[in-house]
Design a protein around this ligand. Structure first.
Ligand SMILES: *Cc1c(COP(=O)(O)O)cnc(C)c1O
Ligand SMILES: [Zn+2]
Length: 365
C-alpha cells in the first residue's frame, strides 16, 4: 500500500498509521503511485478512476455513486463557461468526493470513531459516509454555521459539537479531541486521502472534454481541497503525457477573508482577518494549513488568485438562479469573482472556463 510522506521533512509513515501529521509538525502527502486512470471505467461513479486512487479493491469502497457530474454551459451566450454540477451529490456538495475516499480508509483501519471539524459541508459529507460505513462520528462546527447544515449532519446520527468561536478555534477543539487514541481524525485539511477524492473532479473534466482540458479552472479556495485535488489531476495527466500543458487554476477568495490572495500577490492583508464575516462561509478560512502547497500549485499552473467582492455575491447568486442554478452562497462568491475577472480580461473571451457548483442552494440562507 501507499505510504504517507511528510511535506516538510520527507519522513515516511506506514499506510495504516493513525498519526495525522508528522512528528516535525509537517503535513502528510501520499507517495507517488502507478497511474492507470481508466482501470475501472465501467463504474458510473468517481470510482471509475480507481486506478489512480490509493485503494485496495472496489470491494472496500464506501460509496453512494458520487461523482460523474454533468458539465453544463452557463447560458447560450456563454457556451465556453462550463459549470460542473457538483452540487448533485449524495450530500449536495463536492465534499462527497473526498469523504468517500477518506471514510474508505477509516473503514479499512477499523477505527472506533471518526472526528472531523468543518464549516459545514465537509462535516456533512463525513457524517453521511461514516453512517454508511457504520462508524460513530463526531463533527465540530463553529456556532455560526448554517442551521440547515447542522441539521443535515445530525440526520446521519453524528454528534455535533458546536464551538462558540471562529473556524480556527473549532479546528483546535477537534484536533484536541482527536488525540484520543481510539479516534481517527478524518480531517479534510490534514488527511491527503481526501484530496485523492477531489482529484477525480479533474479527471472527469478531462474525459468530458474528450481528453482535453479547459484553459482555466475557476475554483473557490479556503482550505484548498478542490484546488489541490484538481492540481494533482493536472500533474498526473501531464506526467502521463495525456496533456501537453496544464490548465490555469484561478482561485477565488472572499474579499473579507483572503489570506491566500494576499500571500499570492505578496501584499499584506489589510484586514488580517480573523472574524469570518463574509457571506461565503464555506471559504472563510483565515489560516489555511496547506497555504504553502496551495500557492505552489497555483503558481505552477500560471494561475492567479482573485477576490469575490462581498457586495456582488448576492447578485451573482441571482444571476445563477435566473439560469436555473440554485447554489449556496459560497458558490455564488466564485461567480462574483469570475464576473469581475472576465471584464478585466477581454483577451480570454474565447477561452473555456470550468466553474464548479460546489454546494446546493438549500444549504444556506
Ligand atoms: C468546502 C467548500 C469550499 C472550499 O473548499 P476548500 O477545500 O476549503 O478550499 C467551497 N465551496 C463549498 C460549497 C464548500 O463546501
Ligand atoms: Zn516531517
Amino acid at each position: 500500500m501507499i505510504n504517507y510522506i511528510c511535506n516538510e521533512c520527507d519522513r515516511t509513515y506506514p499506510h495504516d498509521t493513525l498519526e495525522f501529521k508528522c512528528a516535525c509538525g509537517g503535513l502528510f502527502n501520499l507517495e507517488p503511485f502507478d497511474l492507470d486512470f481508466r482501470k475501472n471505467s465501467t463504474d458510473w461513479s468517481m470510482f471509475r478512476y480507481f486506478g489512480v486512487l490509493p485503494l485496495k479493491g472496489m470491494d472496500e469502497v464506501v460509496t453512494m455513486g458520487e461523482g460523474m457530474t454533468a458539465l453544463v454551459p452557463y447560458d447560450s451566450k456563454h457556451p465556453n463557461w462550463l459549470l460542473k454540477m457538483d452540487y448533485m451529490m449524495p450530500t449536495l456538495s463536492f465534499k462527497d468526493r473526498g469523504a468517500a475516499v477518506l471514510v474508505t480508509l477509516a473503514k479499512r483501519l477499523g477505527v472506533k470513531k471518526v472526528i472531523q471539524d468543518s464549516s459545514g459541508n465537509a462535516g456533512t459529507a463525513i457524517a453521511a459516509y461514516a453512517a454508511r460505513a457504520g462508524i460513530p462520528c463526531e463533527i465540530f462546527v463553529p456556532g455560526k454555521t448554517s442551521p440547515k447544515k447542522i441539521q443535515q449532519i445530525k440526520a446521519h446520527g453524528a454528534k455535533v459539537v458546536l464551538i462558540q468561536g471562529s473556524r480556527e478555534e473549532t479546528a483546535k477543539a477537534a484536533y484536541d479531541a482527536a488525540s484520543d487514541k481510539d479516534a481517527f481524525y478524518a480531517s479534510h485539511v490534514y488527511n491527503p486521502y481526501f484530496y485523492q477524492g477531489t482529484k477525480t473532479f479533474g479527471y472527469e473534466v478531462f474525459e468530458q472534454l474528450k481528453d482535453d482540458l479547459p484553459e482555466s479552472f475557476i475554483l473557490p479556495v479556503g482550505n484548498g481541497t478542490l484546488v489541490l485535488g484538481v492540481y494533482y489531476a493536472l500533474c498526473e495527466l501531464l506526467d502521463a503525457h495525456l496533456i501537453k500543458q496544464m490548465s490555469k487554476i484561478i482561485a477565488v477568495q472572499s474579499e473579507y477573508c483572503a489570506p491566500i490572495h494576499y500571500a499570492f500577490h505578496n501584499e499584506s492583508d489589510p484586514l488580517s482577518l480573523k472574524n469570518n464575516v463574509t457571506l461565503a462561509e464555506g471559504i472563510a478560512i483565515a489560516e489555511p494549513k496547506r497555504e504553502k502547497q496551495i500557492l505552489e500549485a497555483i503558481r505552477s499552473t500560471g494561475g492567479d488568485v482573485i477576490l469575490a467582492p462581498e457586495h456582488k455575491i448576492a447578485a451573482a447568486k441571482k444571476e445563477l438562479a435566473d439560469r436555473g442554478f440554485f447554489v449556496e452562497t459560497t458558490t455564488a462568491a466564485t461567480f462574483a469573482g469570475f464576473f469581475d475577472y472576465i471584464v478585466k480580461h477581454p483577451e480570454q473571451e474565447n477561452d473555456r472556463f470550468v466553474l464548479p457548483l460546489c454546494g446546493a442552494g438549500l444549504k444556506s440562507e
